[in-house]
Design a protein around this ligand. Structure first.
Ligand code: GAR
Length: 193
């Protein structure tokens, strides 16, 4: 059983989906969510995690330099003996020194094909470019921004969408499904058919 922490900065819908799968779904026999971390004390996902009695840690970066913040965070994480960090809408770029502490053990979800789009506002990018399809990407985190090796991708049909909200509304359920499937593949090997 892998010990994982989920990192969030906001709503936490991907986190909630992973918590459900870890409780009694496709992740139940391969990982345990031992911590939810947020860099934002007002992240709505924190109360969702608390409601299902998952330990939460919040460390706002205010007043700290980025290196100092991540040094402090690394110290706070150490006692949890984490196997993997799972980023789920975590909106801060991890510095290379921190990535190095968990090399090959940090996973992220990006709501676009990372071969075509990096960084923020991927759904807006897809909508503004009128893409007929976007590609949700689960990938390892390396020292770059959304540049690490791809673990799994899943397409989202965007044909006929008329608003950014609709694009996101179509994409999120795909994110929720593919993230747990990808985590299962990493933690335990591919699911049996
Ligand atoms: C998700 O769409 C996730 O893919 C995206 O933020 C949203 C978080 O939603 N992440 C990125 O854009 C990372 N570059 P959630 O808090 O409801 O999971």
């Amino acid at each position: 059983m892998k010990r994982i922490a989920i990192f969030i900065s906001g709503r936490g819908s991907n986190m909630a989906a992973i918590l459900r799968e870890a409780a009694d779904g496709i992740l139940a026999d391969c990982c345990r969510v031992v911590l939810v971390f947020s860099n934002d004390p007002y992240a709505p996902g924190l109360s969702l995690a608390s409601a299902v009695e998952v330990p939460v840690l919040c460390l706002p970066p205010a007043g700290l330099s980025k290196p100092a913040f991540y040094q402090r965070l690394a110290a706070r994480l150490a006692p949890y003996s984490l196997d993997y960090l799972v980023l789920a809408g975590y909106m801060s770029i991890l510095p290379p020194t921190f990535v190095g502490l968990y090399a090959g053990r940090i996973i992220n979800i990006h709501p676009a094909d990372t071969a075509r789009h990096h960084g923020l506002h991927a759904y807006r990018w897809a909508f503004e470019h009128r893409l007929p399809q976007t590609m949700i990407t689960v990938h390892y985190v390396d020292a770059g921004v959304d540049t690490g090796p791809v673990i799994m991708q899943a397409p989202v049909d965007l044909r006929g969408t008329v608003s950014l909200e609709e694009v996101e509304w179509r994409g999120l359920p795909v994110e929720h499904a593919v993230y747990s499937r990808a985590l299962r593949a990493v933690f335990c090997g591919p699911a049996r058919a």
